[in-house]
Design a protein around this ligand. Structure first.
Ligand code: ZN
Ligand code: ZN
Length: 368
């Protein structure tokens, strides 16, 4: 039985909040972004998730604590408790994903319970433009990942009978000690040091892969990025991650999509925001101007007396929605330019207007 408190490094009487806080710290520490292509951290992450999954759920925690303390109804003296009642399979993925929302990651929930020798997941990122968000885009990504060792065909050994059950843990993968206390038997479980929890030992390891059955290969993987995707979203490519040890299943490949900032447009959900400068007389008189969109220039009619920072909306030429493909709008912020220098003709005209206005009004603000 794994010691989930030890995995999270929290005391057993921790509050729900402090467990959560600790978990977030560990997620940051082992986050795939910071540990690219390192199967060890992914493994650690899985362990941390498993621990958090149980300790964050009051009902699971209660049952786990009962097991851990060797309560009467559960204490059958068997080292490895049966976790049959703990349905990890369905929800493990969801917790993993929830917490990754901290990093603006989002994917579908994992459906399958990880197999014993499941390979680690890989996360890579790809950068796309705002125009790619409009149309969707196909990208080819270079992945360095563990695949079956060609020398031993993934077996990890030179001979067929090279793998045997670990003599230390008898194949369970756990080492255990028990202590009698006045309240019952206390179990402490750790990963078997001989086989590192695998339950197996390799007697004559393959010289190429040193018994892992895997070796690094560089591959090109195609990924289709849908229109409307948001910055930081992740796309999961099933079974494109690392191959597990000695015939284990494959992990998944996550592609994190980063969207390059665009000099002309700011994204606000489905809407695009742009700024355009107009001369002061156009602001006063109104008229047609041309503005940029992601699909070239568009005409925009300004009404008379357009104000500085006034926003015009052109419907339906924003970005598509990821689900419905219904498009957002382009919002154009108008900036009225006041010239620092004007021609003498312009000055003459303006003075004339000012003079006329002066005749009509007599406010104290006239100082021409
Ligand atoms: Zn090999
Ligand atoms: Zn062992």
């Amino acid at each position: 039985m794994k010691d989930y408190y030890a995995i999270l490094n929290v005391p057993p009487d921790s509050t729900e909040d402090s467990i959560k806080k600790r978990y977030r710290e560990l997620v940051k520490q082992y986050h795939p972004d910071l540990n690219k292509n390192n199967p060890e951290t992914a493994k650690k992450m899985t362990e941390v998730n498993e621990a958090y999954e149980t300790l964050s759920d009051p009902e699971k925690k209660r049952r786990y604590d009962a097991l851990r303390q060797g309560g009467v109804s559960y204490n059958d003296g068997v080292g490895m408790p049966d976790f049959g009642g703990f349905d990890f399979g369905e929800s493990r993925g969801s917790i993993f994903e929830d917490i990754f929302d901290v990093f603006r990651g989002r994917t579908t929930t994992r459906q399958n319970r990880p197999a014993n020798n499941r390979g680690a997941d890989i996360e890579l990122s790809v950068e796309i433009s705002l125009k790619d968000v409009l149309t969707g885009v196909k990208k080819q990504i270079t992945v360095d990942r563990l695949e079956n060792c060609e020398t031993c065909k993934g077996k990890g050994t030179k001979s067929e009978s090279g793998v045997s059950t670990c003599s230390n843990c008898k194949g369970t993968g756990y080492a255990q000690s028990e202590t009698r206390t006045p309240f019952g038997v206390m179990f402490r479980t750790t990963t078997c040091p001989t086989c590192q929890g695998e339950g197996k030992q390799v007697k004559d390891p393959c010289s190429n892969c040193k018994g892992t059955g895997t070796e690094y290969k560089r591959r090109q993987v195609n990924v289709e990025i849908p229109a409307g995707i948001e910055d930081g979203m992740r796309i999961r490519l099933s079974d494109e991650g690392h191959k597990g040890k000695r015939g284990g299943t494959k992990g998944d490949l996550y592609i994190r999509v980063n969207i390059k900032s665009d000099p002309a447009f700011t994204r606000q959900g489905k809407d695009l925001i742009s700024t355009t400068k107009i001369p002061y007389y156009t602001a006063i008189l109104g008229g047609e101007i041309v503005v940029n969109s992601l699909e070239g220039s568009k005409k925009l009619n300004l009404h008379r007396g357009t104000q500085h920072k006034e926003v015009y909306t052109i419907k339906g030429i924003g970005l598509p929605d990821l689900k419905s493909s219904k498009r957002g709008d382009l919002k154009v912020i108008i900036e009225v330019e006041i010239p620092k220098n004007i021609s003498s003709d312009e000055e003459k005209l303006l003075k004339e207007i000012t003079h006329q206005k002066k005749e009509a009004n007599s406010g104290p603000w006239w100082k021409v």
